[in-house]
Design a protein around this ligand. Structure first.
Ligand SMILES: Nc1ncnc2c1ncn2[C@@H]1O[C@H](COP(=O)(O)OP(=O)(O)OP(=O)(O)O)[C@@H](O)[C@H]1O
Ligand SMILES: [Mg+2]
Length: 362
């Protein structure tokens, strides 16, 4: 089963089994980037000042200018935070026409790993590059809607209606955001009921796929923010998607449960959606100041190899702030390292070979 996913998934299958003894995992991050015996709360100001991920807006008393991810990508061949040479991700060329959409599920059954934050900010960064993006809030908690300044409890019509009522159209539910080209299908706690009600539906795993089809031609990318479970809603997201991004928080238990997730993805691919593939593992909340952070990232790269995005999202208090502000970091703190990191991720995604993207479109 894992063969269909190629080497990324073969690596994934091994990841969970072999994860535990962290201290042995130092193969990937080169020695000049960290020192194994340094206590984990040690802050290396010099390394920090040069760190393209952690950056200046989070650095305590950082005085030196900080290299931006965008700049550092120009120096192709320079090692990135994942310990691999960082390719150049060019500015994506403008599109002459839009659609059909590539649908990405942001998925990890582990809670609090950055699914919603990544959905919002990757979506906003793609929109900045002229892509038409539809964000699909598919977690009954409605965090994605809240993160874009919507109070989901006040909404009469949400994605629940789109899924469950034949007469509801995408445009009845769709909300525009303050970011040009970024739209939202909001959600609230009503969606929790759909999980129960769908059980009796014919082709219950395909409900979201069917609901999104009328909008495919209008968008370049759709991002589905999944809830932290592998229940029926997540199966719907995986069935509707062309690819999956798995955000992993850079902490000790990051890889726990990832084998179960990739096994679920493989089953969906086998039974429901043959074109589903792994887009990549996204390391989030990375703190390059600590040995722990670097070791975990090194283990993630060891486990998933090229399945890990070169773009890494640093830990910064700016992200919780954006939730309160109800807008993406790309507008809230446009020149922050967090904003730059998601822009780099957007460029990395768009820089992937066109045929590869086209091949998994239905
Ligand atoms: N890079 C980051 N640095 C610091 N805090 C972050 C970062 N990314 C996300 N956060 C914060 O971590 C918390 C969890 O993030 P988020 O809601 O995106 O995770 P999630 O995987 O969607 O969670 P859930 O599983 O509950 O849906 C939020 O408070 C968010 O602001
Ligand atoms: Mg979430």
């Amino acid at each position: 089963m894992t063969e269909k996913f190629g080497s990324r998934f073969a690596a994934t299958a091994r990841a969970d089994e072999s994860f535990p003894p962290l201290p042995t995992a130092r193969a990937v991050v080169p020695k000049d980037r960290w020192s194994p015996n340094r206590p984990s709360n040690h802050v290396d100001q010099e390394a920090l000042a040069e760190d393209p991920v952690f950056g200046v807006d989070s650095a305590p008393a950082a005085s030196a200018p900080v290299a931006e991810p965008a700049e550092s990508t120009k120096a192709a061949g320079k090692l990135g935070p994942t310990g691999r040479p960082l390719p150049h991700f060019p500015e994506p060329p403008p599109l002459e026409h839009h659609g059909p959409a590539t649908v990405i599920a942001m998925c990890n059954q582990k809670g609090g790993v950055g699914k919603t934050t990544s959905s919002i900010n990757l979506g906003a960064a793609l929109a900045e590059y002229g892509r038409r993006v539809l964000l699909v809030d598919f977690d009954p908690q409605g965090a994605l809607s809240v993160g874009l300044g919507i109070n989901p409890h006040e909404l009469d019509v949400t994605i629940y209606n789109l899924l469950m009522e034949r007469g509801t159209r995408v445009e009845d539910v769709l909300l525009k955001t303050n970011v040009d080209g970024l739209d939202l299908l909001p959600c609230n706690i009503d969606l929790a009921a759909a999980e129960v009600q769908l059980v009796n539906e014919v082709a219950r795993e395909q409900s979201l796929y069917r609901a999104l089809q009328p909008a495919m031609a209008d968008y370049d990318v759709m991002i589905i923010d999944c809830q932290p479970s592998l229940g029926l809603l997540t199966l719907n997201a995986l069935t509707a998607a062309h690819s999956v991004i798995i955000p992993l928080e850079c902490e000790y238990f990051a890889l726990r449960g990832v084998a179960l997730l990739t096994d679920t993805i493989a089953k969906v691919q086998e039974r429901l959606n043959p074109e589903l593939r792994l887009e990549g593992i996204l390391a989030t909340m990375y703190d390059s100041r600590t040995v722990h952070g670097r070791e975990v990232l090194s283990r993630v790269v060891e486990a998933f190899g090229d399945g890990v995005f070169h773009s890494v999202i640093g830990r910064t208090v700016r992200f919780p702030e954006t939730t309160v502000a109800g807008e993406p970091i790309t507008t809230y703190a446009s020149s922050s390292t967090g904003a730059k990191a998601y822009r780099q991720l957007a460029r990395e995604l768009l820089a992937r070979p066109r045929e590869e993207q086209a091949a998994h479109r239905r």
